[in-house]
Design a protein around this ligand. Sequence first.
Ligand code: GLC
Length: 484
Amino acid sequence: MKISRRAFSKSCLMATAGATVVDAATVMAQVQGEHYQTTHAHPVPAIQDTETAEQKNERMRWFREARFGMFIHWGLYAIPAGRWNGKEIPGIGEWIMNHASIPVAQYKALASQFDPTQFSAATIVGLAKAAGMKYIVITSKHHDGFAMFASQANPFNIVQATPFKRDPLKELAAECRRQGIKLGFYYSQDQDWTAPGGAAYKTDDHQPPTFHWDPAQNGSFAEYLETKAIPQISELLNNYGEYPAILWFDTPTKDMTPELAGKIVSVLNQHPKLIWNNRLGGGYDGDTETPEQYIPARGYPGRDWESCMTMNDTWGYKRDDLNFKSTETLVRNLIDIASKGGNYLLNIGPMATGEVPPQEVERLQAMGKWLAVNGESIYATQPTLFGGEAGEFSATEKDEDGKPKFIASWKWRSTTKADKVYIHLFEWPGTTFHLDHMPRHVTGAYLLANQAPLKVTKAGEGIDVALPAQALDPIATVLVLKTA
Ligand code: GLC
């Protein structure tokens, strides 16, 4: 079953009906990615509160130039792979423990079956590199509380609790170092469904105030943070050399007060190069907006942002979910996101064997082929100088939240560099590409894929560019305008 953005936010809203998680606006903001004002004073100043603009630009430079990363959701949930007791469980795969109300003891027993002998850090990092991705963010601990790394803080981890006994984060760190890819860690700081006191978002018939479904989950949230989450975050920040470059928090809850969040921020502040997102909670905005499963109409002017997305309808592997997006959709999403100044964090969900599903490998390799030819029009670019090409807000139609509906247009997109404007043509316009208005002086034009020079003619405020009859690439053909 597809989990829509609206369904997800609705489930959170219903959860908040009991007002034990976070207020509706926060959930909606989180899910819809609107910049969410922090009213709270930060008990512990974060790096975003203390650094200068120059320091911020230096810290964020690699991230802004990268534009494309791999999200990896991998863990015990890959074993049931969407089925429990022979029944297909609706919803995203990594939530199976919650959606199927699996008791803690039963779920933890999965660890004894987890032995992904086909896991190869070299293969996965090599796949990211071949796809043209510049960084990887892997789930070090998801909502189910299982640590995919060696943890002294808690024995429910891949080294102590499984026959595999290896630390995939250590192997990925070594391989990322070797292949020049940045590595980040996702960590579910609030939700933990196997640790006493860990939080839980409401789903199905789980009851307030905790939305727990097993008494073994009950306990003190503050104690859970002190004894598990904060020590593990510290392990992640200190045991993998120069990594993580990013810490990716998720699903903040009302339990995360500014004071408790401040305790985590104190640990983060010891790593001044670290980038962390807007999902810590407790009134901390972090560095990046994180729209999920959608691309914002106009991006987030003035804020760094990253649209995270699945290739099918689940983050964690589900054997029955074959609803994969086409390579064309994925490449055009990347271009659309870059044209609005954001990053694309595209997900893979490895199987319990450690292998990556072939449909995901195929699409990533195809994306890599397009980027091998056209990468300069994506990496280290600035947003479009135009804007209207992405679409318009309807004067009449409303979206699901009652706001003017954005009607996207998919003819072309644009990115920018100091001396170039890139036009990504999705729909071939025929033998002439026309711009009504061109804000820079154009000194020449060519197609990126074959460097063939093209004739440019001034047309009022704009220009006409003479094109060959056929597109060079049906997914997107890049026209380069040299500007001065
Ligand atoms: C949502 C889901 C979580 C997933 C995350 C990725 O928060 O709850 O399972 O990891 O999105 O963005």
